[in-house]
Design a protein around this ligand. Sequence first.
Ligand code: BGP
Length: 462
Amino acid sequence: MKEKMYFPKNFLWGGATSGPQIEGSFEKPHKNVFDYWYEIEPDKFFNKVGPNVTSDFYHNFKEDLKLIKNIGLNSFRTSIQWSRLIKNFETGEVDEKNAKFYSDVIDEIIKNDMIPIINLHHFDLPVELYEKYNGWESRKVLDMFETFAKKCFELYGDKVKYWTTFNEPIVVVEGQYLYKFHYPCVVDGKRAMQVLYNLNIASAKAIKQFKKSDCFKNGGKIGIILNLTPTYSRSNSEEDIKASNIADDIFNKSFLEPATKGKFTKSLIDLLKENNVFWDSESGDDELLKENTVDFLGINYYFPRRIKAKETPIENEQWLPDNHVDYYDMPNKRMNPYRGWEIYPKAIYDIAINIKENYNNIPWYISENGMGVENEERFLDENGIIQDDYRIEFYEEHLKFLSDGIKDGSNCFGFHCWTPIDCWSWCNAYKNRYGYISVDLETQKRTIKKSGNWIKQFINIH
Ligand code: BGP
């Protein structure tokens, strides 16, 4: 018999998505970097499907939220698109129609007895802020982000109690400045490290505004969502461990430490200084970081990071993180072949214990976990229901390790799937589907998959 899993009372069972991945770009006053990239290079997107319509949440949100509630979820995360809400980035003047749209969405989440978690940035920098000011490289853009955050707290702080500043900020650094999967696809280690620093400052600035807001005074909480990809060293050799510590410093601790402890690790600072890629800062930044740490963490977990000492020649003329580390292709690892990501559920337990032991057991939740699979129509049964048993198995295994972490004292308050309803996935568009509920792109028809019925039951008995 399977051991019973344990999840505390009032656990948040939910699902996550983001504005740019569901809404469609209807009626937006500005374009974000993905809207623009699709316009100039549609070939970069799977089957040339762009962000224009996505799952059309803009028009369907009432029905969608009802469906999500109907599969038993009690909380829901989405993001407010900066490029949708704000008309004038300098003054923070809002687009009234879109301000009402987000207000209606939040009301509807609450009406369906779900707790809204609202995120402020999900890879969706307004493109003109890149073209005019170099985006996240510029302090001016950080100030504009602070203005946007303040506006959001003013507009919706009376209804939304859980806020997050950024989703996976390290992915912005990776995508825009290192590995070319977000527009403008720059490869520049020094600029990447400046952006890494600036995003931490932007998050602290938003938190500073939050702490001045009525929402905070009334008990609201603010966090950040990090894809803490646990780093595993190939062996215990000194060289492998050194490389894996460097990867951990650059890709995990670079946001985790400032967000929770208000400062960067000394080892990261030393590494960047030694390599002449240390960032520029302004006076007052250290205090800003120190005074504006998060109340909680959202952790997105998909796959582990396996590292070995650098063996391949360094091909770059400039400094890049990969000059220090090689990725270790572990034999016999379990893979999700569609997304190309390793499946390793135990990492969730390791995350739980790491937070407990090294981060003061700060409240946290799994803000994304899920399995993207291509061509799910293969699994349609005679009633037109996708039999996604692989997804059920994936979730059961991950939840088992989460439950173990909670039993061992980790302060986890929720589990959100990625994602309740199939949505658009950046350059992969609709290639891999993640939802408990499928979307037919031709008709926009929604159908609950087998996993949607499973999660409802699972929540019921836990
Ligand atoms: C996370 C992002 C999501 C989502 C998810 C699935 O990193 O926060 O936006 O897209 O990954 O990944 P993908 O869409 O690349 O398959």
